[in-house]
Design a binder for this molecule. Structure first.
Ligand code: PMP
Length: 308
């Protein structure tokens, strides 16, 4: 059920078969969630017979910022992490869409909650990956009773492993209640995210998304969609807080994330959004995004890094 295992991992400074990448059960990051991670996708372009990683430098910049918040230093740069990833993907030699997971963790083994005086390690692995949200053209979501972590509880703009216990609570309760995804409110009661997605609402023809100061993860897909919507569709984009009841009356609503890509939300707590089917803006953005990630949009190929 967890899917297929990686073939290789970058582990303790080199690329090894996945079965050789082990950590002890007393590892700090495993016990206390003192780890930070990223999530990138590689997209296979069949015409060019090439695998393209989407915006790796932006993903690794965010990863290193998450590490900084958690007092971690692995002596890498976005460029060096991109290079390691490309070498790993050469070894894996996937000819299909994949998901890439870099993880930096507090590697010492033993008891004691803190961030300082602990060794930091980096690992990266990749797995075959397709769709993440099952009903990505007609998702039914519920407003979760779990709140999004507050920036003063666990830095929300960091991708910190421990914080995902909260996302997992929201996701499981939503799925068990029959919904495709959870919609999370922050402590102020604003709609801010899915379990691992940013959110967008189309209201009166304006594309609205919560600002980076509303306890969101600063999504790379979010940023890409804002650029595509503005440049290719000429849409006006506003970053402002979103009220719960606005979602009931907006024209379109969708979620964005590396795993979720663009997931159209057509129902929230049994209320249809707009006409109750995926709207034209969401549909057009999905097409544009699909082309962009596969390196088929000439003006955006700076987002695509080919595995040599
Ligand atoms: N919010 C959360 C909490 C996430 O885990 C993710 C997935 N990384 C996102 C938003 C979307 O970010 P991105 O588009 O960079 O994948």
């Amino acid at each position: 059920m967890a899917g297929s295992l990686p073939l290789h991992a970058y582990f303790e400074g080199k690329i090894v078969p996945y079965s050789d990448a082990h950590i002890g059960v007393a590892t700090h990051g495993l016990n206390y969630g003192t780890a930070v991670f990223g999530g990138l996708r590689g997209y296979w372009n069949d015409e060019q017979q090439k695998l393209f990683v989407f915006r790796p430098q932006d993903h690794f910049r965010r990863l290193l910022n998450s590490a900084k918040m958690m007092c971690m230093d692995i002596g890498q740069t976005p460029a060096s992490l991109t290079q390691i990833t490309l070498e790993l993907l050469q070894a894996d030699n996937y000819h299909r869409d994949i998901y890439i997971r870099p993880l930096i963790y507090k590697a010492d083994e033993g008891i004691g909650v803190r961030l300082h005086d602990l060794r930091d390690e980096l690992t990266i692995f990749a797995i075959p990956f397709d769709r993440y949200v099952k009903n990505d053209t007609n998702a039914h979501v519920t407003v979760s009773s779990w709140r999004r972590v507050d920036d003063n509880t666990i830095p929300a703009r960091g991708k910190i492993s421990g914080a995902y216990a909260s996302s997992a609570l929201a996701k499981t309760d939503a799925n068990r209640a029959g919904f495709d995804e959870a919609l999370l409110l922050d402590q102020a009661g604003h709609v801010v995210e899915g379990s691992a997605m940013n959110v967008f609402m189309l209201r009166d023809g304006v594309l609205i998304t919560p600002p980076v100061t509303d306890n969101i993860l600063e999504g790379i897909t979010r940023r890409s969609i804002m650029e595509l919507a503005q440049n290719e569709l000429g849409l006006k984009i506003v970053e402002r807080s979103i009220d719960r009841s606005e979602v009931f009356i907006c024209e379109e609503f969708f979620m964005t994330g590396t795993a979720a890509q663009l997931t159209a939300v057509t129902k929230v707590d049994f209320r249809p959004i707009g006409a109750g089917v995926m709207g034209p803006v969401t549909s057009r953005l999905r097409e544009l995004f699909e082309d962009a990630v596969h390196a088929r949009l000439p003006s955006y190929t700076h987002w695509n890094v080919a595995v040599p």
